[in-house]
Design a protein around this ligand. Structure first.
Ligand code: GLU
Length: 379
């Protein structure tokens, strides 16, 4: 695919053989809590057209909580408490998958459901397992319909929004692109609701402080949970996995056909494709600990070196060898993520020491680094 693809390129089977389409709650569920079936049927028409053109589609669908809340008569769209949300999700999910299966079935497309938790994708072995299932479904010509397993996920360890889930799924599915269908056209230079000068940003090559400031305007709909900041985080995960990500307006019928016909969107350009473990590391959202480094080590890491104990200035958290940890610079920004070569206790004992002094402290020949460059990604 070209360096900065048009939104339409993401809908091309040749340029993007596997595409993840995320559908937000506000598009799928009407304010009265019923499925917007006509709109959904128009989206499924588009999906069927893409499938006949040879493109494989993976759907990440929200809406379970909103649908279930109405059936159970729960207040605040089912989000008044975790228990309510979990009961609503369990009730709404069965209706949601039935709806997708029926509408896809009308086009003779087989649907498959996968419900995943954050943990399923953060644990390397389970991630590989989910990835293998997804790839098999795709190869079989089935359309996977995915949601977070909200009825069992706990408050602290959940995606909470399907934007980041979609990005993680793109990584697991080996997708070339993600389209987040939302109720806004994309990222604006300012909040378009209160700034008439706000302009749509059509392409983003790098997510920096300037771009983050633009996203700070808040969420659009209030029904789902993903605001613009979670979309940016999704873009970071997807682009670091080598997938382009578009935020596009899905409010009209046939949203994918509109995009293919030149509809506007914000496209975040994919970075170079990482490989295997490194790719998974880049997309991870949780870490067991943190090591802070000095400016010299930061510069060395940027040049591709391993993290040596000499450059570490602080060790936090309870991690053991092999756990994922974050590496922070002196100003507290996360600059890399990697697998710890030492337990937290030993890492703290040897931080700041040169290699020759380490053996004396530990009583054994030290490993070459706190985090080896082959087990580390720069962010
Ligand atoms: N997983 C939630 C649901 O199905 C939606 C999360 C989100 O709003 O992005 O209701």
């Amino acid at each position: 695919m070209t360096h900065a693809p048009s939104p339409a390129a993401l809908l091309s089977a040749a340029a993007c053989p596997v595409l993840v389409v995320k559908v937000g709650s506000a598009l799928l569920v009407a304010p009265d809590g019923t499925v917007r079936r006509e709109w959904l049927a128009s989206l499924v028409d588009d999906i069927a057209a893409r499938t006949s053109a040879g493109q494989r589609i993976v759907i990440v669908s929200s809406g379970a909580i909103a649908l279930g809340a109405r059936r159970l008569g729960l207040p605040k769209g089912g989000r008044a408490s975790l228990e309510d949300a979990q009961a609503a999700a369990a009730t709404g999910q069965i209706a949601l998958s039935q709806c997708w299966a029926e509408l896809l079935g009308d086009h003779a497309i087989t649907a498959a459901q996968m419900l995943v938790t954050l943990d399923d994708l953060e644990d390397r072995r389970r991630f590989l397992n989910a990835s293998a299932t997804l790839r098999r479904l795709i190869a079989l010509g089935v359309v996977p319909v995915i949601n977070e397993n909200d009825s069992v996920a706990t408050e602290e360890i959940r995606f909470g929004d399907n934007d980041r889930l979609a990005a993680r799924i793109a990584q697991a599915a080996g997708a070339g692109g993600v389209v987040l269908l939302s109720d806004v056209d994309g990222l604006y230079t300012a909040n378009p609701k209160n700034d008439p000068e706000a302009k749509l940003v059509e392409s983003v090559a790098r997510i920096d402080a300037r771009i983050r400031a633009m996203a700070d305007g808040g969420s659009a709909s209030g029904m789902g949970s993903g605001g613009m900041l979670s979309k940016l985080e999704a873009a970071r995960i997807a682009t670091s996995a080598g997938a382009h990500l578009a935020i596009a307006n899905g409010t009209h019928d046939h949203p994918l056909a509109r995009l293919a016909a030149g509809g506007r969107a914000t496209v975040f350009t994919a970075g170079p494709q990482g490989k295997g473990r490194k790719l998974w590391l880049a997309g991870r959202m949780t870490a067991r600990g943190r090591i802070t480094v000095d400016a010299g080590a930061q510069a060395a890491l940027a040049k591709g070196s391993s993290l040596l104990a000499a450059g570490a200035t602080a060790v936090d958290g309870k991690f053991v060898r092999g756990d994922v940890i974050e590496i922070l610079n002196a100003s507290g920004e996360t600059i890399a993520r990697g697998l710890a070569e030492y337990d937290a206790g030993d890492a703290a004992r040897i931080m700041g020491l040169r290699s020759d002094a380490i053996a004396e402290v530990l009583g054994y020949a030290p490993r070459s680094a706190l985090v080896h460059r082959d087990q580390m990604v720069l962010l």
